[in-house]
Design a protein around this ligand. Structure first.
Ligand SMILES: Nc1ncnc2c1ncn2[C@@H]1O[C@H](COP(=O)(O)OP(=O)(O)OP(=O)(O)O)[C@@H](O)[C@H]1O
Ligand SMILES: [Mg+2]
Length: 299
């Protein structure tokens, strides 16, 4: 990555870039990536807002926040945004922002979010509620990352409609590409119907075990299929990453010398370059079009 220098000073743009972290497969590292990438970006002087878009509310608890309980009695949650009848002005929006000890701002979630889908079905603007809400907040941040549930439901759809980019974490295993095919179809649907600007910023391999032969085979297949969309940075399976969330800390705070912290700092640098269109991928030349190589071949 020597060709990709001066990361802290890279201008992304005045208004925040909004990135949905999505993969309908469970346990691939969506929430872990949202949290650690978010904190890593603050260490590179970016103003970061994280949104917990999953009723499991794991991101909120990874950040050590329990809405409604001391000292978080006054924390407002994402379900209230979906349920509000009127659009909120910029001041009203600030009401929903919780400052975390890790340095990122958060729009928190709790289990009440699971009831929101039912209500949304009755609304004509059901896909774009979040997009409208975020409009005024964009000026206050460089990056907004949205964590999503492991399904392509209305909450995920709202995140995609509000976003400039999708980042797809994948665990290198036999069926990794099948998950990517499904999310690509949803992205195409969102592009056609609501948000023509949406694109994939990259596919980030997570929980990589370098000693397994299968890992290398899958990564090679992902390279062939995805070309420059595959992140050069890989997130390794690392005990500090798993431990840190139990301590309500990012891995960068928990052990900044760990492999996990280094991986997420590198991923944050690569993300900034990708957002500014300045990333030069070593995989560009291996790209094959999907017409030439059917998805999932060789895996
Ligand atoms: N790089 C890593 N090294 C070790 N453990 C990891 C790593 N990344 C994630 N994990 C662990 O894997 C588990 C699943 O991660 P995470 O909750 O981020 O996945 P998810 O995709 O958000 O899951 P869900 O689909 O249920 O929302 C967690 O216990 C987490 O601590
Ligand atoms: Mg999650």
């Amino acid at each position: 990555m020597e060709k990709n220098q001066n990361l802290e000073n890279q201008e992304i743009q005045r208004a925040a870039k909004i990135i949905t972290i999505a993969n309908q497969k469970g346990g691939v590292g969506k929430t872990t990536t949202t949290m650690n990438l978010g904190v890593a970006l603050t260490r590179l002087n970016k103003r970061v807002l994280l949104i917990d878009g999953d009723p499991q509310a794991n991101l909120t608890s990874y950040l050590g926040i329990t809405p409604g309980e001391h000292p978080y009695e006054s924390v407002h949650t994402l379900d209230e945004i979906y349920l509000s009848k009127r659009p909120l002005d910029a001041e009203g929006r600030l009401f929903f922002i919780t400052k975390s000890a890790s340095g990122v701002d958060l729009i928190a979630a709790d289990k009440a979010l699971s009831g929101v889908e039912y209500y949304l079905f009755t609304r004509a603007d059901r896909e774009v509620v979040l997009a409208r809400f975020l409009e005024a907040l964009k000026q206050d941040y460089d990056l907004i990352l949205i964590d999503t549930p492991p399904s392509l439901n209305l909450l995920t759809l709202n995140a995609l409609c509000a976003s400039d980019y999708v980042l797809i974490p994948v665990q290198p295993e036999f069926f990794s590409l099948e998950g990517i095919v499904k999310i690509k179809e949803s992205i195409e649907d969102v592009r056609l119907r609501w948000n023509p600007n949406l694109s994939i910023i990259g596919v980030l391999p997570t929980q990589l075990s370098s000693r397994r032969k299968l890992t290398h085979e899958v990564i090679r297949a992902l390279q062939m299929e995805l070309g420059e969309k595959l992140f050069e940075t890989k997130i390794h399976d690392n005990a500090a990453v798993a431990e840190s969330s139990g301590h309500a800390q990012s891995v960068i705070e928990y052990d900044r010398t760990s492999r996990g912290a280094q991986d997420y700092m590198a991923a944050a640098k690569e993300l900034i370059l990708r957002c500014s269109g300045k990333f030069v991928s070593q995989y560009s030349e291996t790209t094959l079009s999907s017409q030439e190589t059917p998805l999932c071949q060789n895996i």
